[in-house]
Design a protein around this ligand. Structure first.
Ligand SMILES: CC(C)(COP(=O)(O)OP(=O)(O)OC[C@H]1O[C@@H](n2cnc3c(N)ncnc32)[C@H](O)[C@@H]1OP(=O)(O)O)[C@@H](O)C(=O)NCCC(=O)NCCS
Length: 232
């Protein structure tokens, strides 16, 4: 069964009822979904997107606009992307939570990919230098670092990914995914439970090497295999 990602405001009453049983292990994040996310929607403070399975919310994330202080971005990132001013527009991933029943199944990664797609859409309509995340604690910060986010020099729980890196990750994955699908179509389905000894074709030259640090992002963006596929 595919996971669907939908804006909170588009959920039916029955789907919304499942907020009361959502448990990601953090009472703060559970109560945000139950009590605050709807208020923030009405007041245009933040937008929340929910992952649903069988009409039940199994994960969510929230986005808002923000400003990044160049002082809170690592100097090498400022230099590399020639960030011009002190305060720059960005999108903030305020919250990300997955039901404990679904931890470690790539759902968090899939929501991050979804959030990044929305950041790119925002950047096409308005200035946006990247995605800032607020980590709940140092364990969560490590989680984001695994996807390629970098902590701010003096704020280890605030992490940032510049837009060009988001776009590069998304386009690399899209090209790899279409290449994988094309290759699968050409050679037929892989035999199940049997070692697949067919020679692997070399990747086409236009597909760049994957950034090494973003290992988890890569796995999340692979919507085949054991991960729950996402339907948009
Ligand atoms: C953090 C959280 C969102 C991760 O979601 P998830 O769907 O379980 O994560 P994924 O399956 O996408 O994880 C991909 C990889 O990240 C790593 N990872 C997962 N949870 C992690 C954590 N809490 N800390 C560090 N690394 C973590 C794992 O290495 C995992 O790879 P694996 O499949 O080889 O184990 C989820 O555990 C959660 O909701 N926690 C409670 C709330 C929270 O801490 N939110 C985050 C910050 S606001």
């Amino acid at each position: 069964m595919a996971m669907m990602i939908q804006p909170l405001v588009q959920l039916s009453d029955d789907q919304l009822k499942s907020r009361s049983i959502f448990d990601c292990g953090s009472p703060t994040l559970n109560s945000y979904l139950l009590q605050t996310a709807g208020q923030h929607e009405k007041r245009n403070v933040a937008r929340t997107f929910c992952g649903l399975q069988n009409e039940t919310i199994i994960a969510y994330y929230s986005l808002a606009n923000t400003e990044v202080d160049v002082g809170a971005v690592r100097p090498e990132v400022v230099k590399r992307y020639r960030m011009p001013m002190h305060r720059l527009p960005a999108v903030r991933l305020c919250r990300l939570a997955v039901s404990t029943l679904y931890h470690r199944r790539g759902i968090g990664g899939q929501l991050l990919v979804d959030a990044m797609l929305r950041v790119v859409a925002v950047s096409n309509a308005s200035g946006c230098v990247g995605l800032v995340v607020d980590a709940l604690n140092s364990e969560a910060a490590r989680y984001y670092e695994g996807f390629g986010f970098r902590p701010a020099p003096n704020l280890p729980l605030v992490l940032f990914m510049p837009l060009p890196e988001i776009e590069a990750l998304l386009s690399t994955e899209n090209r790899r995914r279409s290449y994988r699908l094309a290759r699968r179509d050409a050679s037929g389905p892989r035999p199940r439970g049997v070692r697949d000894d067919r020679p692997r074709a070399a990747l086409p030259p236009h597909v760049p090497d994957r950034p090494r640090r973003a290992a988890q992002f890569r796995r999340a963006a692979q919507l085949d295999g054991e991960r729950l596929p996402v339907r948009y």
